[in-house]
Ligand binder design. Structure first.
Ligand code: PEP
Length: 245
Protein backbone atom coordinates (compact mmCIF):
# COMPACT_ATOMS: atom_id res chain seq x y z
CA UNK A 1 0.00 0.00 0.00
CA UNK A 2 1.24 3.51 -0.80
CA UNK A 3 2.37 5.10 2.46
CA UNK A 4 1.00 8.38 3.78
CA UNK A 5 3.21 10.69 5.83
CA UNK A 6 1.18 13.37 7.58
CA UNK A 7 2.56 16.30 9.58
CA UNK A 8 0.55 17.84 12.41
CA UNK A 9 1.93 21.27 13.24
CA UNK A 10 -0.54 21.77 16.13
CA UNK A 11 -0.59 25.45 17.26
CA UNK A 12 2.83 26.24 15.81
CA UNK A 13 3.87 28.38 12.88
CA UNK A 14 3.55 31.89 11.50
CA UNK A 15 3.75 32.95 7.85
CA UNK A 16 7.56 32.78 8.07
CA UNK A 17 7.26 29.01 8.69
CA UNK A 18 5.70 28.40 5.28
CA UNK A 19 9.23 28.06 3.88
CA UNK A 20 9.43 24.71 5.72
CA UNK A 21 6.45 23.43 3.73
CA UNK A 22 7.73 24.89 0.48
CA UNK A 23 11.11 23.21 1.03
CA UNK A 24 9.39 19.81 0.90
CA UNK A 25 8.73 20.38 -2.79
CA UNK A 26 12.42 19.76 -3.34
CA UNK A 27 12.24 16.19 -2.07
CA UNK A 28 12.41 13.93 -5.05
CA UNK A 29 11.19 10.97 -2.98
CA UNK A 30 7.77 12.44 -2.51
CA UNK A 31 6.31 10.85 -5.62
CA UNK A 32 6.67 7.43 -3.99
CA UNK A 33 4.49 8.20 -0.97
CA UNK A 34 1.69 10.63 -0.17
CA UNK A 35 2.56 13.68 1.90
CA UNK A 36 0.19 15.94 3.78
CA UNK A 37 1.00 18.83 6.08
CA UNK A 38 -1.61 20.15 8.51
CA UNK A 39 -0.53 23.62 9.65
CA UNK A 40 -2.64 25.86 11.88
CA UNK A 41 -5.79 27.17 10.21
CA UNK A 42 -4.28 30.62 9.58
CA UNK A 43 -1.70 29.06 7.24
CA UNK A 44 -3.85 26.53 5.37
CA UNK A 45 -4.76 28.72 2.38
CA UNK A 46 -1.25 30.15 2.06
CA UNK A 47 0.26 26.66 2.31
CA UNK A 48 -2.05 25.42 -0.45
CA UNK A 49 -0.74 28.20 -2.71
CA UNK A 50 2.90 27.38 -1.86
CA UNK A 51 2.62 23.66 -2.73
CA UNK A 52 0.37 24.00 -5.79
CA UNK A 53 1.38 21.52 -8.51
CA UNK A 54 3.73 19.56 -6.22
CA UNK A 55 1.56 16.63 -5.16
CA UNK A 56 1.88 17.64 -1.49
CA UNK A 57 -1.54 18.00 0.13
CA UNK A 58 -2.53 20.41 2.88
CA UNK A 59 -4.90 19.51 5.70
CA UNK A 60 -6.52 21.01 8.78
CA UNK A 61 -6.44 19.86 12.40
CA UNK A 62 -10.16 19.87 13.24
CA UNK A 63 -13.57 21.03 11.96
CA UNK A 64 -17.17 21.37 13.15
CA UNK A 65 -19.77 18.74 12.32
CA UNK A 66 -22.22 21.29 10.90
CA UNK A 67 -21.91 23.17 7.62
CA UNK A 68 -22.71 26.60 9.08
CA UNK A 69 -24.51 28.24 12.00
CA UNK A 70 -24.12 29.87 15.38
CA UNK A 71 -20.88 28.14 16.43
CA UNK A 72 -18.55 30.95 17.40
CA UNK A 73 -14.92 30.18 16.74
CA UNK A 74 -15.58 27.05 14.70
CA UNK A 75 -14.91 26.22 11.05
CA UNK A 76 -16.80 23.78 8.84
CA UNK A 77 -15.43 21.12 6.51
CA UNK A 78 -16.97 23.03 3.61
CA UNK A 79 -14.98 26.15 4.59
CA UNK A 80 -11.79 24.09 4.72
CA UNK A 81 -12.52 22.58 1.30
CA UNK A 82 -13.06 26.05 -0.12
CA UNK A 83 -9.55 27.12 0.85
CA UNK A 84 -8.00 23.98 -0.61
CA UNK A 85 -7.59 21.63 2.38
CA UNK A 86 -7.87 17.96 1.43
CA UNK A 87 -7.47 16.22 4.80
CA UNK A 88 -8.81 16.90 8.30
CA UNK A 89 -7.31 15.39 11.45
CA UNK A 90 -10.13 14.39 13.82
CA UNK A 91 -10.18 13.20 17.42
CA UNK A 92 -6.53 13.95 18.17
CA UNK A 93 -5.86 13.01 21.79
CA UNK A 94 -5.16 16.67 22.63
CA UNK A 95 -8.69 17.54 21.50
CA UNK A 96 -10.19 14.49 23.18
CA UNK A 97 -8.62 15.50 26.49
CA UNK A 98 -8.58 19.33 26.39
CA UNK A 99 -12.01 19.74 24.74
CA UNK A 100 -13.62 16.49 25.89
CA UNK A 101 -14.32 15.38 22.36
CA UNK A 102 -16.19 12.10 22.45
CA UNK A 103 -16.11 9.28 19.91
CA UNK A 104 -19.62 10.32 18.86
CA UNK A 105 -18.47 13.90 18.19
CA UNK A 106 -15.53 12.59 16.16
CA UNK A 107 -17.87 10.39 14.08
CA UNK A 108 -20.21 13.35 13.41
CA UNK A 109 -17.27 15.48 12.25
CA UNK A 110 -16.06 12.64 10.04
CA UNK A 111 -19.47 12.50 8.32
CA UNK A 112 -19.16 16.24 7.55
CA UNK A 113 -15.64 15.68 6.19
CA UNK A 114 -16.79 12.80 3.99
CA UNK A 115 -19.84 14.67 2.69
CA UNK A 116 -17.47 17.47 1.66
CA UNK A 117 -15.29 14.93 -0.20
CA UNK A 118 -12.31 15.48 2.07
CA UNK A 119 -10.36 12.73 3.83
CA UNK A 120 -10.55 12.25 7.59
CA UNK A 121 -7.54 11.18 9.63
CA UNK A 122 -9.29 9.67 12.67
CA UNK A 123 -7.00 9.38 15.71
CA UNK A 124 -7.27 6.68 18.35
CA UNK A 125 -4.95 5.55 21.14
CA UNK A 126 -4.77 4.40 24.73
CA UNK A 127 -3.38 6.22 27.77
CA UNK A 128 -0.43 4.90 29.77
CA UNK A 129 -2.75 3.70 32.52
CA UNK A 130 -4.94 1.83 30.03
CA UNK A 131 -1.89 0.07 28.57
CA UNK A 132 -0.55 -0.78 32.03
CA UNK A 133 -3.93 -2.29 32.90
CA UNK A 134 -3.69 -4.50 29.78
CA UNK A 135 -6.66 -2.74 28.15
CA UNK A 136 -4.97 -1.02 25.18
CA UNK A 137 -6.46 -3.26 22.47
CA UNK A 138 -9.93 -3.14 24.01
CA UNK A 139 -9.85 0.67 24.41
CA UNK A 140 -8.71 1.30 20.83
CA UNK A 141 -11.31 -1.17 19.47
CA UNK A 142 -14.06 0.71 21.29
CA UNK A 143 -12.78 4.07 20.00
CA UNK A 144 -12.72 2.75 16.43
CA UNK A 145 -16.18 1.29 16.68
CA UNK A 146 -17.71 4.57 17.85
CA UNK A 147 -15.53 7.10 15.95
CA UNK A 148 -15.81 5.66 12.43
CA UNK A 149 -19.10 6.63 10.76
CA UNK A 150 -20.98 4.61 8.15
CA UNK A 151 -19.82 7.05 5.46
CA UNK A 152 -16.22 5.77 5.83
CA UNK A 153 -14.46 4.18 2.85
CA UNK A 154 -10.83 3.33 2.15
CA UNK A 155 -10.46 6.49 0.09
CA UNK A 156 -11.98 8.99 2.54
CA UNK A 157 -10.69 7.58 5.82
CA UNK A 158 -7.25 7.11 7.37
CA UNK A 159 -6.75 5.81 10.91
CA UNK A 160 -3.91 7.12 13.07
CA UNK A 161 -2.95 4.95 16.04
CA UNK A 162 -1.34 7.31 18.53
CA UNK A 163 -0.69 6.00 22.04
CA UNK A 164 -1.33 9.07 24.20
CA UNK A 165 1.79 8.34 26.27
CA UNK A 166 3.98 8.41 23.15
CA UNK A 167 2.84 11.81 21.84
CA UNK A 168 5.52 14.44 22.32
CA UNK A 169 7.32 12.39 24.98
CA UNK A 170 10.10 10.68 23.04
CA UNK A 171 8.64 7.34 24.15
CA UNK A 172 7.71 4.82 21.46
CA UNK A 173 6.03 1.42 21.89
CA UNK A 174 8.08 -1.62 20.94
CA UNK A 175 7.76 -2.78 17.33
CA UNK A 176 5.88 -5.83 18.67
CA UNK A 177 3.38 -3.60 20.45
CA UNK A 178 2.88 -1.54 17.29
CA UNK A 179 2.41 -4.69 15.21
CA UNK A 180 -0.09 -6.16 17.66
CA UNK A 181 -2.15 -2.96 17.72
CA UNK A 182 -2.08 -2.34 13.96
CA UNK A 183 -3.10 -5.93 13.30
CA UNK A 184 -6.02 -5.55 15.72
CA UNK A 185 -7.05 -2.29 14.01
CA UNK A 186 -6.89 -4.02 10.61
CA UNK A 187 -9.15 -6.80 11.89
CA UNK A 188 -11.60 -4.26 13.27
CA UNK A 189 -11.63 -2.36 9.96
CA UNK A 190 -12.27 -5.54 7.99
CA UNK A 191 -15.07 -6.52 10.33
CA UNK A 192 -16.62 -3.08 10.00
CA UNK A 193 -16.03 -2.29 6.31
CA UNK A 194 -15.53 -5.72 4.72
CA UNK A 195 -12.98 -5.79 1.89
CA UNK A 196 -12.69 -1.98 2.02
CA UNK A 197 -11.16 -2.40 5.45
CA UNK A 198 -8.06 -3.96 3.92
CA UNK A 199 -7.24 -0.76 2.04
CA UNK A 200 -7.74 1.80 4.82
CA UNK A 201 -4.34 3.24 5.69
CA UNK A 202 -3.32 2.85 9.33
CA UNK A 203 -0.72 5.40 10.44
CA UNK A 204 1.43 5.15 13.53
CA UNK A 205 1.91 8.38 15.50
CA UNK A 206 3.88 9.23 18.63
CA UNK A 207 7.48 10.48 18.73
CA UNK A 208 8.28 9.44 15.15
CA UNK A 209 11.65 10.86 14.04
CA UNK A 210 13.93 10.34 11.07
CA UNK A 211 16.03 7.99 13.24
CA UNK A 212 13.22 5.57 14.20
CA UNK A 213 10.92 5.87 11.15
CA UNK A 214 12.45 3.13 9.00
CA UNK A 215 12.04 0.47 11.68
CA UNK A 216 8.44 1.54 12.34
CA UNK A 217 7.59 1.54 8.62
CA UNK A 218 8.89 -2.02 8.41
CA UNK A 219 6.12 -3.24 10.74
CA UNK A 220 3.19 -5.05 9.12
CA UNK A 221 0.06 -2.91 8.68
CA UNK A 222 1.93 0.35 9.30
CA UNK A 223 0.93 2.38 6.26
CA UNK A 224 2.62 5.64 7.20
CA UNK A 225 2.95 8.06 10.10
CA UNK A 226 1.29 11.03 11.75
CA UNK A 227 4.15 13.22 12.89
CA UNK A 228 3.99 16.12 15.34
CA UNK A 229 7.20 17.82 16.46
CA UNK A 230 9.41 16.29 13.76
CA UNK A 231 7.20 17.69 10.98
CA UNK A 232 8.00 21.31 11.83
CA UNK A 233 11.41 21.34 10.15
CA UNK A 234 11.61 20.27 6.51
CA UNK A 235 14.98 18.57 6.99
CA UNK A 236 13.72 16.25 9.76
CA UNK A 237 10.35 15.62 8.07
CA UNK A 238 12.21 14.84 4.83
CA UNK A 239 14.22 12.18 6.68
CA UNK A 240 10.94 10.50 7.72
CA UNK A 241 9.59 10.70 4.16
CA UNK A 242 12.78 9.11 2.82
CA UNK A 243 12.39 6.25 5.30
CA UNK A 244 8.96 5.49 3.85
CA UNK A 245 10.05 4.95 0.27
C1 PEP B 1 0.93 14.16 17.17
O1 PEP B 1 0.74 15.24 17.71
O2 PEP B 1 0.05 13.66 16.45
C2 PEP B 1 2.23 13.50 17.40
C3 PEP B 1 2.37 12.27 17.00
O3 PEP B 1 3.20 14.24 18.02
P1 PEP B 1 4.78 13.86 18.17
O4 PEP B 1 5.22 13.30 16.83
O5 PEP B 1 5.45 15.14 18.49
O6 PEP B 1 4.86 12.84 19.24
Amino acid sequence: MRKLIAGNWKMNGLASSLAEIEALKGITDHAACDIVVCPPLTLVEKAVERVRGSGIAIGAQDCHARTSGAYTGDVSAEMLAEIGARFVILGHSERRSAYRETDGAVAAKAVAVHETRLTSIICVGETRAERDEGRAIEVVRAQLEASIPNTATSSNTVIAYEPVWAIGTGLVPTLEQIEEMHSSIRQALEKRLGEEGRDVRILYGGSVKASNARAIFGVRNVDGALVGGASLKASEFAGIISAAV
